[in-house]
Design a binder for this molecule. Structure first.
Ligand SMILES: CCCCCCCCCCC/C=C/C(=O)SCCNC(=O)CCNC(=O)[C@H](O)C(C)(C)COP(=O)(O)OP(=O)(O)OC[C@H]1O[C@@H](n2cnc3c(N)ncnc32)[C@H](O)[C@@H]1OP(=O)(O)O
Length: 244
């Protein structure tokens, strides 16, 4: 089991992403480890998504390093040979949602206050093609088109209806259920499951691998625009104001 613990809200900073990727690599190389359950140690928060401060007012070199780390995390998780189960025990916007979507199975706590989705459009930014592809592979083209354009965050019951998560369980039963699902998936021979998983995900993974440097350039170009920087600053101010 991997438990995110980066207070206050498990934002995906460069350090967090690097540590996450290294942990995934270690587990992947450990023949005794056939599956991983991903959850959070922070109450009410799975992950608040990419750390916005990493995308604000930094150098081009920093943006490149950060984006490469985001790509690396996704390539490792989406391309993992292990069985991956997300036990979503709190809010899961944007990059948090991407992590859940990249797993093989998503179980969410049945709390309508917890929401999940790719809300980038609400921040005035665009979910990259590989976020979009991952989303489409889970919910299908029509639901993804609407959800991504509106940047919708869905409360747990709605997320279930759309197929964004596979099931809801009472929060106190989340890990028990995740373990039961893991046991069910691990009952199959690894080889057949892994080849099937790779077959289903290969095209989407290959697309980023083939365009990785181009994608970094797009990101830098996009995020460096003054209009985008302004949107992000306003969004951060709004988050801070919400408290007072
Ligand atoms: C041509 C096309 C080219 C495309 C190129 C690519 C373009 C760029 C693509 C970028 C993709 C981005 C993906 C992302 O993941 S962006 C991040 C999106 N995340 C969010 O919108 C979530 C924001 N946060 C919240 O909604 C709430 O914080 C949350 C519900 C998660 C928790 O609420 P709670 O009330 O418990 O906590 P607070 O809001 O008070 O937050 C506590 C402190 O944490 C700070 N915070 C929150 N989220 C983030 C974040 N994502 N990054 C950095 N910091 C964050 C918040 O400001 C509070 O800070 P202070 O205590 O200092 O006030």
């Amino acid at each position: 089991m991997m438990k995110f613990k980066s207070p206050p809200v498990n934002s995906l900073s460069l350090d967090f992403l690097t540590e996450f990727s290294i942990s995934l690599e270690k587990l992947e190389n450990d023949r005794a480890c056939r599956g991983v359950i991903i959850t959070s140690a922070i109450p009410k928060i799975f992950s608040s998504g990419l750390d916005i401060t990493e995308m604000c007012g930094k150098s081009v070199e920093h943006y490149a390093e950060f984006w490469r780390a985001v790509q690396e995390m996704w390539l490792r998780l989406y391309g993992s040979n292990m069985v991956t189960v997300a036990a979503v025990n709190g809010a899961s916007p944007a990059g948090g949602c991407l992590i859940a979507l990249s797993c093989d199975y998503r179980i969410m706590a049945e709390n309508p206050k917890f929401s999940i989705g790719l809300n980038e459009a609400q921040l005035g930014i665009v979910a990259p093609f590989w976020f979009k592809d991952t989303f489409v592979n889970v919910v299908g083209q029509r639901i993804a088109e609407r959800a991504l354009q509106l940047g919708s965050l869905y409360p747990a019951p709605e997320a279930l209806k759309l197929g964004l998560v596979d099931e809801l369980v009472p929060e106190e039963k989340l890990l028990e259920k995740a373990s039961a699902v893991m046991a069910q998936w691990l009952a199959l021979p690894d080889h057949a499951r892994q080849i099937t998983k790779s077959m289903m995900r290969k095209a989407v993974l290959d697309r980023l691998v083939a365009h990785r440097e181009e994608d970094i350039k797009y990101f830098i170009n996009f995020i460096s625009k003054e209009s985008i920087q302004k949107s992000l600053r306003m969004y951060m101010e709004m988050l801070k104001k919400k408290k007072s």
